[in-house]
Design a binder for this molecule. Structure first.
Ligand code: GAP
Length: 452
């Protein structure tokens, strides 16, 4: 079972400190959200899981953390200045603005007027001035995707790590798009995070690698707790492909508002390195690229045996962190009947994603011995480095269980008078709600078994 509506998720996120409307006390800004104490942990855990699977568990991918502010030349040659736009219409009656391709009945969603302007392209990139003089002569864009600086750093990473194709560069970070109609909570926002891999391959091997990454990424989402009945692979029609893509498969997820893209996996051919390389005429670039006389660097691989230079093809799995968080919250949200009278909301998150890994709860809030013993247990578990462990000293065990069910804490550990005598504690499993008493020697292994 998932959440029934987006409202249920929005309400849980606010109540339990996952996600808040940004700039809220001044009325908020549409399409911007802040991650609260639980949200930042969940988001970090998701990113860490991606980073581990991309970098630590393999030896053919390196990481990168590039600047957000991006020189106009980069986004000119990537095609973003010319093509990164949505069709915009103005409502002449109420002066609101909408995406033309999202209108129903060609009428204004706010006032229902049909008195609309013709659609015109609206570039989605944010600009900002560089330096103290804001006269338009020196500006940068806030990157609309993390991918472009991976391409501009291709040679730096290649030469500093002695890699050769096939190999990849992975990056997680913020991207910015001035969406005309941000909507559906954190699904379509103006400031979001992406987890992008650019995987460089021999031109003849691109299709095999494309399929490899489609399978790999699909399985990764299953491992994050997404049910396969809620996932679907969608091949994008040729007429709908982005300018750089030979073929794109979207991983679609059944969000509360409908089935939409969670991640795209594109075969970007030699478009990117071919667009940003110097001396384009030296290479047999297959994609249609803009002439580049500004780049200072050859973005190609030297084959020492064949004595040839090749511009690699790029396979790009590109996932949205915020959409991932939304899908995972939706998937984990359950309302369960406990008995005739009572029910509970529980987030059955995979333990590696849970914001809090364990809560240590003293039975008596004001009993110094019990509280001290609880602090000691927290410190021991915290030192294992598997994530955040909290001391939950509310003095109300029932309330503590309810709170930790709702934020998805896999284990609650209660410390009571018996603990003072023989060091045993009561552990409660989130999903089964079963409780048992265990010895201090068993506690560390019991805890570790959830995560390793
Ligand atoms: N480098 C390729 C690229 O950026 P994209 O399909 O435009 O491709 C990739 O974006 C992913 O980024 C999407 O699948 C989605 O998860 C996320 N994304 C894109 N625009 C977004 C937005 N406005 N709000 C939240 N996530 C977004």
């Amino acid at each position: 079972m998932t959440a029934k509506t987006m409202e249920e998720l929005v309400s849980l996120c606010k109540r339990r400190g996952f996600i808040f409307q940004s700039n809220d006390i001044y009325g908020g800004i549409k399409g911007l959200y802040d991650y609260g104490p639980m949200g930042v942990e969940l988001k970090n855990n998701l990113k860490q899981s991606w980073w581990k699977s991309m970098i630590y568990e393999r030896d053919d991918i390196e990481g990168l953390d590039s600047a957000i502010l991006t020189a106009p030349e980069v986004l000119k040659h990537s095609g973003h200045e010319d093509t990164f736009s949505d069709p915009l219409v103005d409502c002449k009656s109420c002066k609101s603005r909408w995406r033309a391709d999202q209108l129903e009945d060609q009428s204004c969603p706010a006032c229902k007027s049909k008195n609309l302007t013709e659609p015109r392209p609206f570039n989605l990139m944010f600009k900002t001035a560089i330096g103290p003089v804001d006269d338009g002569s020196s500006f940068a864009y806030l990157r609309p995707e993390t991918a472009q600086q991976i391409f501009t750093n291709f040679k730096n990473v290649l030469t500093s790590t002695n890699k050769t194709i096939p190999f990849g560069i992975a990056q997680i970070g913020k991207s910015f798009r001035n969406e005309i109609t941000p909507r559906n909570f954190i699904f379509r926002v103006r400031e979001f995070e992406q987890m992008e891999l650019e995987f460089f391959v021999d031109p003849g091997e691109d299709e095999t690698w494309h399929q490899y990454w489609i399978d790999s990424r699909y399985n990764w989402w299953l491992n994050q707790g997404i049910n396969k009945n809620n996932l679907e692979l969608l091949e994008i029609e040729k007429s709908e492909l982005s300018h750089y893509s030979k073929s794109t498969i979207d991983i679609m997820y059944k969000f509360p508002h409908g089935k939409e893209e969670l991640e795209g996996i594109a075969n970007r051919t030699d478009f990117d390195l071919g667009s940003h390389t110097k001396n384009q005429e030296e290479f047999n670039i297959q994609a249609k690229v803009m002439k580049n006389d500004k780049s200072t660097t050859k973005l190609a691989i030297h084959n020492l045996e064949k004595k040839t230079w090749t511009i690699p093809f790029v396979i790009e799995p590109s996932a949205g962190v915020d959409r991932g968080v939304l899908a995972i919250l939706n998937e984990a949200y359950k309302e369960e009947k406990i008995d005739e009278k009572n029910s509970r909301i529980v987030l059955t998150l995979k333990p590696h994603l849970s914001p809090i890994k364990a809560a240590v709860i003293p039975l008596k809030k004001n009993n110094a011995e019990i509280v001290n013993e609880s602090k000691n247990i927290k410190a021991v578990l915290q030192k294992l480095g598997l994530g955040r462990v909290v001391l939950e000293n509310s003095g109300n065990i029932g309330k503590s269980y309810r709170r930790h069910d709702e934020i998805g804490t896999p284990i609650c550990i209660t410390v009571d008078f018996e603990t003072l005598e023989n060091k045993t504690v009561t552990v409660r499993d989130r999903d089964s709600m079963k409780q048992k008493r265990i010895s201090p020697e068993d506690l560390v292994n019991y805890y570790k078994d959830y995560f390793i």
